[in-house]
Design a protein around this ligand. Structure first.
Ligand code: HEC
Length: 106
C-alpha cells in the first residue's frame, strides 16, 4: 500500500502546486504582452483597444469560442491582433487562454 500511495501523493501535490503557479505566470504574461491593447481586465478599454475596437475578452461573443479557436487566434493572429505562435510557448498560449476564461462575466 505505502509503496503505491507515495508516488500517487507526489504526483497529486505537483498538480495541486503547479496550477496556481501556472495561472500566476499567465496573468503576468497577459499584463506584459497583452494588456497594452486588451487592458489588464481584458475589457479593451485602452487607447489601442478603443482605436482598434477590440471586443471585451470577457464578453459572450469571445467566450463562446472554443479553447482551440482562442488558441488559434493567439498563435496565428487575426486582423490587427499580432501572432504569438513561436514567440511564446504553446503552454503559455494555453495558459493565456485559461486566463481569458477568468474574464467571463460571472
Ligand atoms: C497590438 C494590440 C494587441 C496586442 C498586444 C494583443 N492583441 Fe489580442 N487582439 C487585438 C485586436 C485588434 C483584436 C481583434 C482582431 C479582430 O477581430 O480583427 C484581438 C483579438 C484577440 C482575441 C480574439 C477576441 C475576439 O474578438 O474574438 C484574443 C483571444 C486575443 N486577442 C488574445 C490576446 C492575447 C492573449 C494577447 C497577448 C499574448 C493579445 N491578444 C495581444 C489586438 C492586440
Amino acid at each position: 500500500m505505502s509503496r503505491t500511495i507515495g508516488p500517487v501523493l507526489g504526483v497529486l501535490s505537483i498538480l495541486i502546486l503547479a496550477s496556481p503557479a501556472a495561472a500566476a505566470d499567465a496573468a503576468a504574461t497577459f499584463k506584459t504582452k497583452c494588456a497594452m491593447c486588451h487592458g489588464a481586465d481584458g475589457a479593451g478599454q485602452t487607447a489601442m483597444g478603443k482605436k482598434l475596437a477590440i471586443r471585451a475578452l470577457g464578453s459572450a461573443e469571445v467566450q463562446k469560442q472554443t479553447d482551440a479557436e482562442l488558441i488559434a487566434i493567439i498563435s496565428k493572429g487575426k486582423g490587427k491582433m499580432p501572432a504569438y505562435g513561436g514567440k511564446i510557448s504553446d503552454s503559455e498560449i494555453a495558459g493565456l487562454t485559461a486566463h481569458i476564461r477568468t474574464f467571463a462575466k460571472k
